[in-house]
Design a protein around this ligand. Structure first.
Ligand code: GUN
Ligand code: FE
Length: 440
């Protein structure tokens, strides 16, 4: 058997901090020990007690002064858009035409896809992200390249081929039937292979005909363990276009609902301009919304109403998404920091640091219905971990020196932190990223 052990300050959630006092929801084990066998956590507790379970000859990786969290979950991101992150001047629809479609057309070349997939996954790990729901392009090669690299690294990834059969350039369109057949082949090849999971991925209602959405719905319902991801209610012009293209639907969400695309393991990016009946329907069906604050600022899309979505009377699953290339960072720490600012602009409530870290870990895992496997540090869970350094920079060290509580330290990390704060990332019980020492 393959053993590993990590020692440090271990953060784990005992409850949902949107339904319980945040301070009570988070358990902090100041000097904790995590034992891992064959990629799964077997023990977690105080070092003084848990060390007795340490198998003979297994060395402990000690992270003094560091925080050990479950690996971060990014619930919405586009790997082919890494090369066009930070592209100036447009809102959603023009930005897609001007920057995104030309960039995605290069992915018919598998070598391009392989190179970008490699850079992207390496960036995710540098940022402490161990699971992501990822859009590829319309080309099956882009999916092959992504899963091959994820399989090599041992990461648990959700990904799928983008479906687009209208309102896109010729070289980026499939048809309702070829998109269906290609997706089916990719599902057979990759869904459940090692740690890889497949998401049926119609880009959004504007770029799919009703026929394509119908077939996507057939595929989604053909098994009870497939994911579905798309965009929903992000931008006013987009919403007006969808209303014109689907005159018989009552709302944007209803377009997807009529096609049978709303249910558990369906992840809707953005959901900014939703109404109460939409939130209620999301709650009733168990689907998830991906909150993408850096993207929503960057494209000027609007403010996601997180505390409406999480209302205790009918809570909706919410994960955090970076949405790169519209998002401006692959860091979930930076994304949490922006989510805090959005909460101030959108509601009287303020996102608490412990709520933010829950969204980035356990909450994200629940949104994806993967909470039995990832998102927390407990026996039986897959050993995907992120080690954070509260003293990563001189300013962070100065500021966290003043922190009297872990919540304060976490707030400083999400406000000032990014990839520089990720000391190490572990996937499936193996260290896959170790930050290099800064030059003295
Ligand atoms: N809506 C449809 N496609 C996209 C995309 O690639 N990024 C974002 N942010 N919104 C979209
Ligand atoms: Fe997106």
């Amino acid at each position: 058997a393959r053993h590993a052990a990590l020692r440090g300050c271990v953060l784990s959630f005992r409850a949902n901090p949107f339904l319980t006092e945040p301070e009570e929801a988070l358990h902090v084990e100041e000097d904790g020990l995590i034992l891992i066998t064959d990629g799964k956590i077997t023990h977690c507790g105080p070092y003084s007690q848990t060390r007795s379970f340490l198998p003979a000859g297994v060395s402990v990786t000690h992270y003094p002064g560091k925080l050990i969290s479950a690996g971060f979950v990014d619930s919405h991101v586009h790997y082919p858009q890494l090369p066009v992150i930070a592209s100036w001047g447009e809102e959603l629809l023009a930005w897609l035409q001007q920057y995104v479609f030309p960039a995605e057309s290069r992915f018919s070349d598998k070598q391009v896809a392989q190179a970008v997939a490699k850079s992207f996954l390496s960036e995710l790990l540098r940022n402490g992200t161990t699971t992501a729901a990822v859009y590829c392009t319309v080309h099956p090669e882009s999916v092959e390249a992504f899963f091959e690299e994820s399989e090599r690294l041992g990461t648990r990834m959700i990904a799928g081929k983008v479906l687009m059969d209208r309102n896109a350039p010729d070289n980026l369109r499939d048809t309702a039937l070829t998109g269906y057949e290609q997706s089916r082949t990719l599902i057979e090849r990759w869904h459940g292979k090692g740690r890889q999971l497949y998401a049926i991925t119609p880009r959004f209602a504007i770029t799919s005909t009703p026929e394509q959405l119908e077939l996507a719905g057939d595929l989604y319902r053909s098994r009870d363990d497939l994911f579905m991801q798309t965009h929903l209610s992000e931008n006013r012009e987009e919403i007006a276009t969808v209303a014109r293209l689907f005159p018989n639907s009552n709302s944007y969400l209803d377009v997807y609902d009529k096609a049978g695309l709303v249910g558990p393991r369906a992840i809707f990016g953005h959901g900014i301009h939703l109404h109460e009946h939409d939130f209620q329907h999301c709650h009733d069906t168990g689907c998830a919304l991906a909150h993408c604050p850096t993207s929503n600022f960057f494209l000027g899309s609007g403010l996601f109403r997180l505390f409406d979505a999480k209302a205790a009377k009918r809570p909706v699953h919410v994960g955090l998404g970076t949405d790169v290339g519209a998002g401006t960072s692959l860091s979930l720490l930076a994304t949490m920091g922006e989510a805090y600012k959005v909460s101030l602009m959108a509601s009287p409530q303020r996102l608490h640091a412990i709520q933010a870290f829950w969204l980035a870990t356990r909450g994200g895992a629940e949104a994806l219905h993967l909470e039995d496997r990832i998102g927390s540090i407990a026996p039986g869970m897959e050993a995907d971990l992120c080690v954070l350094d509260p003293q990563a920079t001189p300013l962070l060290a100065l500021r966290t020196h003043e922190s009297k509580t872990v919540a304060d330290m976490l707030f400083v990390l999400m406000t000032l932190g990014d990839d520089r704060c990720v000391e190490a990332t572990w996937v499936n019980g193996q260290c896959v990223h170790q930050r290099s020492q800064p030059d003295a």
